[in-house]
Ligand binder design. Structure first.
Ligand SMILES: [Zn+2]
Length: 300
């Protein structure tokens, strides 16, 4: 199943979120700073990050319940394991330290978004986020706002886009940017495709599985395309990559972690064929693909 959209807002809503995020970056003296000085950002927001050892959603909830009042109001009861909590009355964020550093950064800024967006803080004093809120299957306005806030602060406005534009169009550039920004690979490839000025796309696939009748296949988790790609080729609708699909040769199989640059053919909206080149990385959680027209591809 393709994951539902977890971040789209109207342009007016997005502008509001980005204005508040920009304001925080300036207050933190962090505008343009890469990697993001997270400590300064939290200090400017007047938020504390709880020591990791304290992370225990059940005891935090019990504590909140004892305190009574409307503090205990949660936006929704989180389903599944809770990864992050914002306790606005105590001005503290709790993050699960079993997450990767990139995910912890995103989640910390997502909780900061719940705190900084005045209409959210006015309504709720306590937010709990499980995997469902970070990638909500039921798209929730507040969660989409917090996701966009986190994305804007994490990539420092258009700092990621600007740096990407100065680098070769290749997966190697995404890896370099990811280590500079200290973001997750997943967030980095998405940001790369959706902000790049050239034709390219990325995809996150679930690990390959064997289905009866179908055989081996890789379900598509998410695809992001650059604006110029979408104009030429439209938005890919494939939900399953099976042998025979144009992207199949890119999937690392047989214990391989990466697929070296491999060419394949894509047909544009006018029916014209284009030679593309793609690379892939198996992170064990996902298979991440990057592809662009062969003539634009540069090895760094
Ligand atoms: Zn949230």
């Amino acid at each position: 199943m393709m994951r539902p959209d977890d971040s789209s807002l109207s342009s007016g809503e997005l502008l509001k979120v980005e204005t508040i995020a920009t304001n925080l970056l300036h207050r933190s003296d962090a505008w343009g700073a890469v990697p993001l000085p997270l400590g300064d950002v939290l200090a400017a927001a007047k938020l504390k990050l709880a020591p990791y050892s304290v992370f225990d959603p059940r005891s935090i909830k019990a504590y909140i319940a004892v305190k009574g009042t409307q503090v205990a109001k949660t936006i929704k009861s989180a389903i599944g394991k809770i990864f992050g909590i914002l306790d606005a009355s105590e001005e503290i964020i709790h993050i699960d330290d079993s997450l990767t550093p990139g995910k912890q950064l995103f989640l910390t800024l997502h909780e900061t978004g719940h705190f900084e967006l005045p209409h959210q803080r006015k309504l709720f004093r306590f937010f709990e986020d499980s995997e469902q809120e970070l990638e909500p299957s039921i798209a929730d306005q507040f969660e989409r706002e917090a996701n966009n806030f986190a994305r804007f602060v994490m990539f420092n406005g258009d700092a990621f886009k600007q740096r990407a534009a100065d680098m070769p169009l290749a997966f190697a550039s995404i890896k370099k940017l990811q280590s500079q920004f200290k973001t997750s690979m997943y967030a980095s490839i998405r940001e790369y495709a959706r902000t790049h000025h050239q034709v390219c796309f990325v995809a996150a696939l679930e690990p390959t599985e064997v289905r009866s009748a179908l055989g081996i296949c890789a379900p598509v988790r998410r695809v992001e395309v650059s604006p110029s790609y979408e104009r030429m080729f439209g938005r890919p609708q494939t939900t399953l990559i099976t042998p025979g699909h144009a992207l199949w040769p890119l999937i690392p199989l047989g214990g391989r972690r990466v697929t070296r640059p491999t060419t394949f053919i894509l047909t544009d909206l006018n029916g014209d064929q284009h030679e593309f080149i793609g690379e892939a990385l198996d992170t064990t959680f996902n298979i991440l693909l990057f592809a662009c027209p062969k003539k634009a591809f540069r090895t760094s």
